[in-house]
Design a protein around this ligand. Sequence first.
Ligand code: AVJ
Length: 318
Amino acid sequence: MLLELDRDTLSTPVDPAFRADVLAGLSAWPRAIPARWLYDRAGSELFEAITDLPEYYPTRTETALLKNHAADFAEAIGPGRAVIEFGSGSSAKTPLLLGGIDPSAYVPIDISGEFLREAARGLAQRFPGLDVLPVEGDFTKRVRLPGKVLNSPKLGFFPGSTIGNMGPRAATELLRRMAETLGDGALLLIGMDRVKPVEVLEPAYDDAAGVTAEFNLNLLRRINRELAGTIPVDAFAHRAIWNDAEARIEMHLEARRPVDFTVAGRRFTMGARETIHTENSHKYDPRAARLLLATGGWTVRREWTDDKGWFSLILAEA
Ligand code: AVJ
């Protein structure tokens, strides 16, 4: 008799979508696994560490913009809006926005429930009068907003250049869905990273301390742990390259020697220097940003950038 291993005797439950994406991605040519799987608990913590790196300019540049233009936001957005944050993570930048605009409610949406609840608790403490209504879910899918905010005018908040993870097609679809979710008269405050010299871009995604490398390699560790993988993690190297034609940084995991491994019972072989593409980070110049937003149903009202023009915060109207 063949005994099937009971689900709850396994240490980590298998997410069927993760399994499907990894198996399909490892079999595809070129091999590619969707970036969202980088962000398990360990990955989310490593990403937080990335945001403090000297080479990683986006977070500190955007944070400075939020601080320096608080009065502008208050004037352009006005009070009483329900703020809906897409992919809120640790909500680190949120207080900078909420402090200035006097919102009626705050709805953080994130796929990592644990992270979400911690962040929501912290914000509710910091803004005692504010309704904090967390929603656990994938913001790239249709999201059901809490009933309490359905009749308030809304401000979508999508900082961090998270939109850059998506290609233009997926980004357009997401922007359209956001416009639908947020309704008529909605505003969107979105952070977008700009095109800049490759000498700045590549180190930002391949730091001297090796934190980004750990972040990328964590995906292989996650596969080994959750999908009974035998990937020799040491045989892989982190690569970050600027693809100028597509205006994006690409992260890859490169096999340093021929490798042979199994994942969820399936066998894979890779030659030396073959890669698994793990993330894209698209960069937009101001015209491309406007075009993308317009295609997604949003009209740009204002744009703020830093002295070097490295990062922009854009306020758009549905
Ligand atoms: C979270 C998608 C905005 O693209 O800059 C940082 C992810 N990956 N370093 C980015 C990331 C490697 C980050 N985003």
